[in-house]
Design a protein around this ligand. Structure first.
Ligand code: ARG
Length: 573
C-alpha cells in the first residue's frame, strides 16, 4: 500500500524554492474530517512567506504538481487548500487485499531492524501487595513491549523487582518478633504486610526497632546466612503471588533481575564514582552533589555503608548497557519518581556514560479508586490487584448471564472480557493523566471500552459465520470487486484500517498506547456504523463477498490491535 502522506510530501518538497524536507512538509498534511474535502488536504498559506506568493496561487501550482504524479483521481485547489481525492474503488481493493493477505502481520514493520530495546515494567516490591497502583506500570509496559516488538525491535522485558533495601531489615526484624512460618504459608503477602505495618506502628514508640532493622539489612548485604535465608523465603513467596496476577493478565518477562541482582555490582560503581571524583561526604553518607543542576543530592551510600535505590539503579543501567547493548532502555515508572530518574540520569551523565540519553523514563499518572480508598502500604488498607481482576471477571459474568447467551462458555469468556476491560481502561487515557477507577465506566458494553471493542470483534465473527467455504476462499484469493465497498460508511472504515500501521508507529514513538486504543475505538465505531447502514448478507453474490471481505479485514485489524494492547479477542460473547 502506498504511503500517501509521504508521497504527497515528497512531491511538494521537490520544489527547491521551498527549501524544506519531505518530513517537515509531512507534518502539515491534513486528513479532512469531511470526505467532501478529499482524503488528504494541504494548506498552502504556510508556504506564503517563503514563496512570497498568494496562497491560492501556490495551491494551484501544488495541485498541478500532485496531479501530474497520477496517484489521485482528483486534485482540487480550493482557496489556500489543495484537496486530494483517491480512487475509492482502487484504494478499497488494494487495502482489503493487503489486510487479507497479511492477516496477523498487518501493521507489522521492520523499522527496528531487530535492534535490542529493553522495556522495564511492573517492578513491584517484594513482600508488599501487588496493588492497583502497580497495574499501570504492568499494563502500559506490556503494551509498549508489544508495540516495539510489532515495529521490529528485539525487546527484552525486565521486571526490576523491588527485592532489596532497608525495608527487608524491617521485615526480618518484624518476622522474628511477631511472625511464624505457618502464617507465612497460609497467606504470604497478607502476613508480610501485617509484619510491615506492625513494625511501623511499634517503631513510632520504640525507635530502637529502626536501629535493629538497619542492622539486619547490613547483615543481609554482607551475606549473613540467616538474614539471607529469610529474605529468600520472602522473595520466593511473593513471586508466587505476583505470578498469579501475571498469569491472569497473560504477561511474562524475560528477566526478573531486580534490585538484589545488582548487590554485588555496586562496589564497582562506587569505586568508579570515587575515581571520577564525583563522591562527596555529607554527614557520613556518600553523595553526588547535584546542586549545580538545581537538584537535591543523589545519595549513594548511607552512613552505615548500605546502598540505596538510586545506587542500584545506576548499577542496573551500566550492567544492562554492557550486557544487552541496548538501543533504548525504557523505564515505565510512576511520575512520582520523576526526580529520582532525573538525578540518576545526571549521575550517569557526569560519569561520562554518553548512552544515558538512550535511557528513557516513561512516567504515568496516579490511579485512585472511587470512594477514595488509599493505596498506601504503610497504612495497610490497600486494594489488591488480584481482587480487582477477580471482581471484574465476576461482574462481567453477571452482565453476560443477563443476556442469556447461547453456546458460550460464560465463565471462560468473562475472564477474557473482564480482564480485558480493566486493561483497556488503563490504556484509554493519556498515560500521564491521573484517573479514577470506576466500575460502570470499565464494564460498559456500549461506551468507549474494552467490552465494546471485543463485542464488535465478536459481531464481525458472527457475520462471517454466515459465509460459505467458497465465499471465504474467494475472499482469501482477492476474488471480489471493491466497487461494492465504496459507500461512505464502508469507505470511512477502510480509511481507518489504512491508518493502523501508521498509528502503531506513532504510539510506539510516543510511548503512548492510548493512541492505539483510541484509534481502535474509532475502527469499532466505524465498523458498527457500516454494519447498521448496510445489508451485508445480500442476494447479489458478488456484492456479498466484497462486503464480507471488508468485514473480515475489520475483524483482523481489531484482533491485531487488541492483541497489541494485551487483550484477548473472543469470537463469541
Ligand atoms: N519497585 C519500585 C516501586 O514499586 C519501582 C521500580 C522502578 N524501576 C526502577 N528501575 N527504579 O516503586
Amino acid at each position: 500500500m502506498i504511503d500517501y502522506k509521504k508521497k504527497i510530501a515528497e512531491i511538494i518538497a521537490e520544489d527547491e524554492a521551498l527549501n524544506m524536507t519531505p518530513e517537515e512538509i509531512l507534518e502539515w498534511i491534513e486528513i479532512p474530517g469531511d470526505t467532501k474535502m478529499g482524503d488528504y488536504a494541504f494548506p498552502c498559506f504556510r508556504l506564503a512567506k517563503t514563496l512570497r506568493k498568494a496562497p491560492p496561487l501556490i495551491a494551484q501550482d501544488v495541485a498541478a504538481r500532485i496531479e501530474g504524479a497520477g496517484i489521485f483521481e482528483k486534485v482540487q485547489p480550493v482557496n489556500a487548500y489543495v484537496n486530494m481525492f483517491l480512487d475509492k474503488k482502487e484504494y478499497a481493493q488494494t487495502l482489503t487485499e493487503d489486510v487479507l493477505t497479511q492477516g496477523k502481520d498487518y501493521g507489522r514493520s521492520e523499522v527496528g531492524q531487530h535492534r535490542p530495546v529493553i522495556v522495564e515494567y511492573s517492578s513491584p516490591n517484594i513482600a508488599k501487595p501487588f496493588h492497583i497502583g502497580h497495574i499501570r506500570s504492568t499494563v502500559i509496559g506490556n503494551a509498549i513491549y508489544k508495540l516495539y516488538d510489532e515495529i521490529g525491535y528485539d525487546v527484552i522485558r525486565i521486571n526490576h523487582l523491588g527485592d532489596y533495601g532497608t525495608q527487608f531489615g524491617k521485615m526480618i526484624v518484624a518476622y522474628r518478633k511477631w511472625g511464624s512460618e505457618e502464617e507465612l504459608e497460609k497467606d504470604p503477602i497478607k502476613a508480610l504486610l501485617g509484619y510491615y505495618t506492625r513494625f511501623h506502628r511499634e517503631a513510632e514508640n520504640d525507635p530502637s526497632l529502626d536501629d535493629e532493622a538497619r542492622e539486619a539489612f547490613v547483615k543481609l548485604e554482607n551475606g549473613e546466612e540467616e538474614e539471607v535465608r529469610l529474605w529468600k523465603r520472602f522473595r520466593e513467596l511473593s513471586l508466587q503471588e505476583f505470578n498469579r496476577v501475571y498469569d491472569m493478565l497473560g504477561i511474562t518477562f524475560d528477566s526478573y533481575a531486580g534490585e538484589s541482582f545488582y548487590s554485588d555490582k555496586m562496589p564497582a560503581v562506587i569505586e568508579e564514582l570515587k575515581e571520577k571524583k564525583l563522591l562527596v561526604e555529607s554527614r557520613g553518607a556518600q553523595i553526588v552533589d547535584l546542586e549545580p543542576y538545581g537538584m537535591t543530592p543523589a545519595i549513594i551510600t548511607k552512613s552505615d555503608g548500605s546502598s540505596l535505590y538510586a545506587t542500584r539503579d545506576i548499577a542496573a543501567a551500566i550492567y544492562r548497557k554492557e550486557h544487552y547493548n541496548f538501543d533504548k532502555c525504557i523505564y515505565v515508572v510512576a511520575s512520582q519518581q520523576n526526580l529520582h530518574f532525573k538525578q540518576w540520569k545526571k549521575v550517569l551523565e557526569l560519569m561520562g556514560k554518553e548512552w544515558q540519553k538512550d535511557c528513557i523514563h516513561i512516567p504515568f499518572g496516579l490511579v485512585s479508586l472511587e470512594g477514595g480508598a488509599t493505596l498506601s502500604t504503610r497504612k495497610g488498607n490497600v486494594v489488591f490487584l488480584e481482587d480487582v481482576l477477580n471482581e471484574a471477571v465476576q461482574k462481567t459474568a453477571e452482565i453476560m448471564k443477563e443476556k442469556n447467551p447461547q453456546g458460550i462458555d460464560v465463565d471462560e469468556v468473562a475472564k477474557e472480557v473482564g480482564i480485558g476491560a480493566v486493561i483497556f481502561q488503563e490504556l484509554s487515557n493519556n498515560r500521564i493523566k491521573d484517573y479514577v477507577f470506576n466500575w460502570d465506566k470499565v464494564l460498559n458494553f456500549d461506551g468507549e471500552t474494552g467490552p465494546y471493542v471485543q463485542y464488535t470483534h465478536a459481531r464481525a465473527c458472527s457475520v462471517l459465520r454466515n459465509a460459505t467455504e467458497e465465499e471465504m476462499a474467494r475472499i482469501r484469493k482477492g476474488d471480489f470487486d471493491a466497487k461494492y465497498i465504496t459507500s461512505d460508511s464502508a469507505y470511512n472504515l477502510i480509511k481507518l484500517i489504512y491508518r493502523v500501521p501508521e498509528i502503531i508507529l506513532d504510539a510506539a514513538d510516543k510511548y503512548e498506547p492510548s493512541i492505539l486504543t483510541r484509534h481502535l475505538v474509532d475502527v469499532a465505531q466505524s465498523f458498527n456504523k457500516f454494519y447498521h447502514d448496510e445489508h451485508i448478507l445480500v442476494d447479489n453474490e458478488d456484492e456479498k463477498v466484497a462486503k464480507l471481505a471488508l468485514v473480515e479485514s475489520a475483524r483482523i485489524v481489531i484482533a491485531n490491535c487488541l492483541n497489541l494492547l494485551g487483550i484477548k479477542a473472543p469470537e463469541r460473547m
